[in-house]
Structure formats: C-alpha cells, structure tokens
Design a protein around this ligand. Structure first.
Ligand code: 5CA
Length: 430
C-alpha cells in the first residue's frame, strides 16, 4: 500500500486528552479517533490490527471446537427480565425505546440471548455438549470511560458460551477454553497470566481473568514469578496443562489471599498491575434454571444444562499490546498482528534507481507492506515508521540502490544491516 494514497492521519503533537502511552500512541499513529465519549472509529490501520487479532482469536476458538455465530447488538428488555438481570444491571446498560414504545437495550453481554436460542433448538441430552461464540460489539455505559479503547463504552468482544450436561463436562469446557486463551495470547505475541478472580455481574463461583502486565493496568495483581515463563502452546494432556497454569499463586487484588500468598517463596513474589484482556466464568445452572432451559436426559429426567461464558476484549487487546510494547519513539508491534509486516522507506523520491527497487519490493511484499512514497525528508519518514511500529523497515536510498543494497531495520531491537534486495526480502518474509 502506498502511504501517499492512504488515510493514516498521524499526529506530531501529543494529544492533550490522552493520559497513558497506549492512548497517546494509538491517536498519534492514526489508528483510532474518538467520536463520542468512549466510542471510537477504527481507521484503516487500526482496523488492520483489530482484524488480525480477531482472526487469531477466531482460529483458536474454532480449533477448540467452538462454533461461530453472530447475534444482534440490540436486544429485547424482556429477554433480560426472564433472567432477572434487567433491573439488576443498573446504569451500565444502555436502554433504548423504539417507535412502538418497546424497550430494547444495546447488549453488554449475551448469556440470556444464547440461552433462549439454545432453549428453542436443543431438547435432548444427545444435542449436548455445545460451545458457541461470536465476535461482536458490546456497549457498557461506563461511569468513567478512559484510557482510549482500554475502557471504552462501545467495544469489540469475543464471547463464548458452553452448555454441558453435568459439572464434569462444564469443567472440561472451562479447561479447554483456558487452553485456547493461552494459545491465542501466545500467537498474538503477548504474555497474559490467568488469575483467580471475582465473578461480578456474570455470577458463578469459578472464574479466571487474564492479565497483561503493565504499570498503568487498572487491577492490582499478585503472582508467582514462575508464571511469567508459562508456555501457552499447550500439551496433549489438558489436565496437566490446566494444573500448570492454575496451581501457582496468581490473584487480582479482589481475590488476594494473604495466607496462600505467604507460601510463595519471597524471591518469586511479584506485585504489580495488570490489564484484564479476558475473563472466563463457570456459573452452573444460573441461567438455564432462571430461563427454564432444560433437556431430556437418557433416563427421561429433566436436566438443566451447566453453563460457562468466556470473554476476550478484542478492542481492549489492541490498547493493552501497545501499553506493553512501546518505547519513546512509538509502538513496537508483535509480528503476528502488526498492521503492516514491513515499511519501505524511499529516501530519494524521484530517483529512478531508488524508485525501481522500492516498486519491486512493494510488488513482492504485497498488501501487507506500507510503501512510504511521500515527498518527505528522510528524518520524517524514519520517525513516522518508528511511531507506527512496523516490525521491519526496508530503507532504500540512492547510494545503496546503485549497487542493489538496502538497509533492513528491526523495530524491536533497533538492529540494522546492509543487505542485497533479495536477502532483505527473504528475512522479512521468513
Ligand atoms: N459474558 C462474559 C464473558 S463472555 C463477560 O461479559 N465477561 S467480561 O465482563 O469480563 O468481559 C469480557 C472482556 O471484555 C473483559 O475481560 C475485557 O477484556 C473486555 N471489556 C469489558 N469491559 C470493557 C470496556 N468497557 N472496554 C473495553 N473492553 C472491555
């Protein structure tokens, strides 16, 4: 893609409204713009990141056996009266009245809706277990939307829901989802530690939050340092994998327990702050009973399915990754979700040999690279590429062009090397 023809409104100045690095950098790099308090437009570069994250989340959900569906953002109030949550949810719910005076709401989550879909479709024990998910916008009228997309009012969530016949089945679903989450974060290129957590509005008695460590995180976290090197790729033995990630101490401040904490060796005790990028819940028959969703068991008995729900803050993840991966100059995207794998910087616009090399690189790298073909000073191009955080920069100037050499810079380490065009391409594509 040619930068001269792209909508990438970068800012040189630091926006005054942004208090933390990720919010500043997302505005400065032209990823998002605020349209109303806590409501953002995703500009083309921001959307590329959001889509790449959503696709990794989707692939890992599919691999775990979950089926994708898409439910509406607008829900009927009656649905929530059935579960008893319509009044309980309070002011965080955006309530809407249509032209016929029917009460609607913009969904903050979808337990009720999917329970009703399942109640209509599923009648027998033979139809269970099932796990379904969607990637859809949610709205929560937060009192204090802040930190850009980290705490928005409208935000993109992956929400999955499991339906099982008994506790063992439900716990298996919970473990599978935890494994899928750890694989997802590993592939995205961030460390997110599962921590015992409170269940809040969703309810239930087993829950883990997944936290990316960052000094600006909203939650206080306490954990065993052994968890920092957790490998999310998983093993064939799900129980061993689950145990490896959940038996060492890790808790948010709400669940912090001094007695268990005292058993962690002092040199492994870590206290810090985290950004919650996902949460999983097991809540048993809370919704199936309240909403009268049962199936006929093998012996003819009535079974209320055991349920769980599993969220990932897809739009929050973008901010959390920037918060965890940036320096003075800008963003440092992990390769897997960078908006562009590489930027080509043409240092002498109008020079034919330089232009020819840039054009051929641009052709070979395809739409996943950004070609800075503007009439701009070299310094401005370097600064902008660092700000936008492309994993690779291929710097093409007239001196190198004469001998077919380019400079390749790795954003994360600052390493630079003079290479032939072919070798630079091989590194970027490798
Ligand atoms: N129904 C359950 C699981 S599907 C649920 O709603 N869980 S949740 O409340 O924990 O939300 C899931 C994830 O959405 C959170 O872990 C967080 O990453 C993200 N999230 C929640 N509120 C916001 C918000 N105001 N802005 C951005 N992301 C949010």
């Amino acid at each position: 893609m040619r930068l001269s023809q792209s909508l990438i409104p970068t800012l040189k100045e630091t926006p005054a409204e942004a208090q933390i690095a990720s919010h500043r950098l997302m505005l400065r790099a032209g990823l998002v713009r605020q349209m109303a308090s806590g409501i953002y437009a995703w500009l083309p570069t921001g959307l590329r990141v959001l889509t790449k994250i959503a696709n990794i989340v989707r692939e890992e959900q599919n691999l775990s056996g979950a089926q994708e569906l898409l439910m509406p953002t607008i829900q009927s109030a009656d649905l929530w009266r059935e579960s008893g949550r319509y009044d309980a949810y309070g002011k965080e719910m955006l309530r809407i009245t249509d032209r016929h005076d029917r009460e609607l709401l913009y969904g903050p989550t979808n337990e009720e809706m999917l329970t009703v879909i399942m109640r209509d479709a599923v009648k027998s024990y033979r139809d269970l277990p099932q796990m379904l998910y969607q990637i859809q916008w949610k709205f929560r009228d937060e009192v204090r939307p802040r930190f850009g997309v980290l705490r928005g009012r409208e935000f993109l969530m992956k929400d999955a829901y499991s339906f099982d016949l008994d506790y063992e089945g439900a716990f298996l679903s919970y473990k599978k989802m935890m494994a899928a989450y750890l694989r997802t974060f590993q592939r995205i290129g961030v460390v997110a530690i599962p921590m015992r957590a409170d269940t809040g509005q969703i309810g239930g008695d087993l829950s883990h939050e997944f936290h990316i460590l960052a000094p600006t995180g909203e939650s206080g976290v306490f954990y065993d340092a052994a968890l920092e090197s957790n490998d999310g790729r998983g093993t064939p033995d799900l129980d061993a994998f689950y145990a490896a990630h959940t038996t060492k101490y890790a808790a948010t401040d709400e669940k912090h327990d001094l007695e268990s904490w005292s058993k962690v060796p002092d040199e492994r005790k870590r206290e810090g702050r985290g950004i919650e990028v996902g949460q999983i819940f097991y809540f048993g028959q809370k919704y199936s009973q309240a909403m009268n969703f049962s199936v006929i068991g093998k012996d003819g008995s009535k079974i209320f399915p055991e349920m769980g729900s599993y969220g990932i803050g897809v739009s929050r993840l973008v901010g959390a990754i920037v918060e965890a991966r940036h320096d003075e100059a800008g963003i440092i995207w992990p390769d897997a979700i960078a908006p562009f794998k590489a930027a080509i910087l043409n240092l002498r616009q109008g020079d034919s040999a330089t232009g020819a090399i840039c054009d051929s690189l641009h052709d070979k790298l395809g739409p996943d690279c950004l070609y800075d073909d503007r009439e701009e000073r070299a310094g401005a191009k370097f600064a902008e590429a660092d700000l936008m955080g492309h994993p690779w920069q291929i710097i093409v100037g007239p001196r190198g062009a004469a001998t077919g050499q380019v400079e390749l810079k790795r954003r994360a380490t600052g390493e630079r090397a003079e290479l032939s065009v072919e070798d630079a391409l091989a590194k970027v594509l490798g």
